[in-house]
Design a protein around this ligand. Sequence first.
Ligand code: ATP
Length: 670
Amino acid sequence: IVVFTSNKAWWPDWARTGLSEAVPFVVLIIALVVIGGSLPERGAIAPDPLPTVERPRLRPAVVVSVTTAGLAAVLLTSGSYRYGVITSITLVLMALSIVVLTGTVGQISLAQAAFAGAAGFTLSALTTDLAVPFPIAPLLAACAAAVLGLIVGLPAVRIRGTQLAVVTLGLAVAIERFVFRNNSFTDVGGNLIERPSLFGIDLHIRAGREIARWQFGVMVLVLVTTATLLVGNLLRRQTGLRFLSVRSYERTAAGIGVNVAGTKLFAFALSSFLAGLSGSLIGYSRGQLSADSFTAFVGLSFLAFAYLGGIGSISGALVAATFVPLGIGFVVIDRNVPFIAERYLLISGVGLVLTGVFNPVGIAGATRQNNRRIAAWWGKRHGRSPVETLTGQGAAVFETATPIPPRKDRSFGDVVLELQGVSVTYGGLCAVDDFELQVRAGEIVGLIGPNGAGKTTLLDAISGFIPYEGSIMVAGTSVDDAPPHIRARAGLGRSWQSADLFRDLTVRENLLIAAEPRANASTLLEPIRVGPVSRGSDVIDSTLMRFGLQETAHRRPSELSLGRQKLVSVARAIVANPSVVLLDEPMAGLDDRMSRRLLADIGNIAGSGVGVLVIDHDTDFIFEVCDRVLVLDFGRVIAQGPRREVRSDPAVIAAYLGESTLLHRWESAT
Ligand code: ATP
């Protein structure tokens, strides 16, 4: 590659500029993508350290006040102040693109300026060469940015975290050098953009000596407000839940049926569309574009200011856009305190570090937290408690579990999970060896074995998280070639050892996303949908009730005990009406009361015609609840059969005695 790229004579004229800088990045990206995996490995990624997210709510009073303030700022200012106001409004979309991608989906992109630039230069070509009118031209230009965003987002399907940041920075530099600074694509003197006009009204930013006309400002305000409301509506709905589930735990999201790769790509496309719209408006506000407006460094500073403002909420985007260089906050400081303006980036850099360390929720997040503290203090003074407390009504729940109605579409005894000759190897280690299993509808099968026996590996193979040999059928359909989310949709439910609830979603929303994990054509209409946030409420409500979780429906997982979290994890596994569920150590960490409750729930799940495969170290529990038990040791089944036979099998006792005396404890207790 080095030899080839250093011989520029072999390349056509348009490809020569910036090629030697761009190619190493492309090579790096290809290498990382090849090395990466479509989902993180088990335990590879700890819950993400991103700041908490504020789910958007549509509050008409806030929308009207903010829009009125923006309108007043446009109409009551003039000259460079008005230019600053317009720049800030324009850059709301840029900050919003970062809130969507990084704040909500957890994907770090340093290429936002490249998306804006791509749209800006496309806008120039559309308006000057093809005479495409406003507002079609900026929308088409934003679509071009969205296509670029999809391409840049492709590596994100297989890499994440800082590696993704490096890749997107590399792509931003490559695009800047190879496209924006390539005179085959851009003019040396800058690319012209035609004046926008609508229904005969001139919307150009300048007229004579006036550097910022109010007509242009109002047009920008209308576009940005509309786009922000539409995106806010999208984030409130099922797409927002999907985004946050991917941000929390990619594996768990895939395990309940969310198409993680598709969700990430959609987020990249949406985010780059917003950045592109912002770039188009920047283009109109300049009238002529040069590469300097969209360098990789500019992209970095956008991300920095978005983080300072607060990447977890739309209000954070408004704060960020106010203080971004050339925005109104900057203009005010520049005019009044030039000493600070001259050191603006340095001071913001220090602010960024302090925010990262002490206040990751940014300025908007901190303001919101303070407001809540004040409201709590005020409520307390007036005898009101703003914090809802659990009344204890749920206590009755520990005693009784409501039966789940039987499935109508399946007969008890049908095979719902079948494994034939399944083997998994890690390098030279055979973790699961030639495993055979059938689970029938209504049956509870237990899988026990000492630490390292291969139990979780087997569940991961069934879920599609790791490659295996052999064949697996779910509800009569082969799933060997299916990724985890398709297996979930084929009828495979799963709960997780550490509950793995999506931390930014309430209990109810955790169930909601599992009940409707797929995106479809109607997803595209979500931005304009009115009415309740999601369908399927009856199923969710009845599931919450059956598991005694009504009281916790609007709480986030961090507010619940581990026991309740595990209940939610099991409820989430069955809410989509699976044929078979895999329960991974459901009893670990539960107290007696909660264990009894879960025991009854598992019985109920099987009683409704669902096949259950459960692994746990608690042999008392396994031998009490399961119809059949398999014992795994070093990846091989050493005993299987009805629970009474298995528990007295000498091979089983020997395997366990090597590790613990659990089985003996159980035997003496019974
Ligand atoms: P535990 O009860 O402690 O969770 P387990 O029965 O679930 O154990 P697994 O975690 O499936 O056992 O591990 C089975 C074997 O595979 C162990 O020897 C383990 O060290 C090995 N193993 C698991 N994951 C990997 C991995 N990613 N790479 C290499 N070896 C692995």
